[in-house]
Write a protein that binds this ligand. Structure first.
Ligand SMILES: [Zn+2]
Length: 261
């Protein structure tokens, strides 16, 4: 039976059968994969720690006919700080959920792997919402969905004003003329500029960026709408907790104009 190694992160872990777990791993060389970890829910299992969500480690995996099986895991990092703080937990869950819904199995993306690992480490020190927002934007860039931020994506004119119209459907900001046929939401120009910085800034210096509560709220909501539109799946963890709130009231058709204050 073929055996392979995966240098991977546990991005999902669900109960399976009496005492097993099915893990979704994202690995540096192989991309996303699934494998069963047998017996890990038994109290005496020595592999319990290795199969916990967010764990980064080396996995030895047996290739099976239908499902592969984890035969050994050596954790390198378990990110203990992600478990003792609610905001960090939400951000880390938001990161792995987004990674899961935005990728398909067996498509390696070493840059995305590195970005994910870096962001989980940054959560120890940095503002969790800032890390989550930067992660989401950079993931979109790596997957070829960089949003247009500031110029009209239809006609290319620079869009100005205190607030701009962002359409998840179109993939970015639109001018007054082009937005009429699109749905979307209004967002302050400052938030759009900040999103550009979240993409451009050196990731290890993200903590130098300053934002405030309304920008945070607005950016996280806009990103969630954009991500859910692109991947056609709800981001459950993004809808829960303190990071974002569901605010459908601000989601309008471009024609209706200024519901913004
Ligand atoms: Zn236009």
């Amino acid at each position: 039976m073929a055996v392979y190694h995966a240098d991977a992160l546990v991005i999902r872990s669900r109960e399976f059968g009496e005492s097993d777990r099915v893990l979704t791993l994202f690995s540096r060389e192989l991309g996303k994969l699934q494998a069963v970890a047998k017996g890990v829910r038994k109290p005496k299992s020595r592999q319990r720690a290795g199969v916990q969500l967010f764990t980064y480690g080396d996995f030895l995996i047996h290739r099976g006919k239908t499902l592969d099986t984890v035969s050994q895991c050596s954790p390198r990092e378990s990110f203990p700080y992600l478990w003792n703080d609610l905001d960090r937990s939400f951000a880390a869950t938001g990161i792995v959920e987004l990674l899961d819904i935005s990728t398909v199995v067996a498509q390696p993306n070493p840059e995305l792997f590195a970005l994910t690992l870096t962001c989980l480490f940054l959560l120890e020190q940095f503002d969790p919402s800032l890390v989550l927002s930067a992660y989401a934007l950079r993931l979109m860039v790596l997957l070829g969905y960089r949003p247009h931020l500031g110029e009209c994506l239809e006609c290319g004119v620079k869009v100005s004003g205190d607030r701009l119209f962002f359409s998840p459907e179109a993939g970015g900001t639109l001018c007054g003329q082009c937005r009429e046929t699109y749905s979307g939401r209004w967002i302050r120009a400052g938030s759009i500029a900040f999103m550009r910085q979240l993409i451009r800034a050196e990731i290890t210096k993200l903590d130098r960026l300053r934002w405030n509560a309304w920008m945070q709220q607005e950016i996280l909501e806009t990103l969630r709408l954009y991500l859910e539109y692109k991947f056609e799946r709800p981001l459950k963890s993004w809808r829960m907790g303190s990071l974002t709130r569901d605010d459908v009231g601000q989601y309008t058709n471009g024609k209706e104009g200024n519901k913004f204050e």
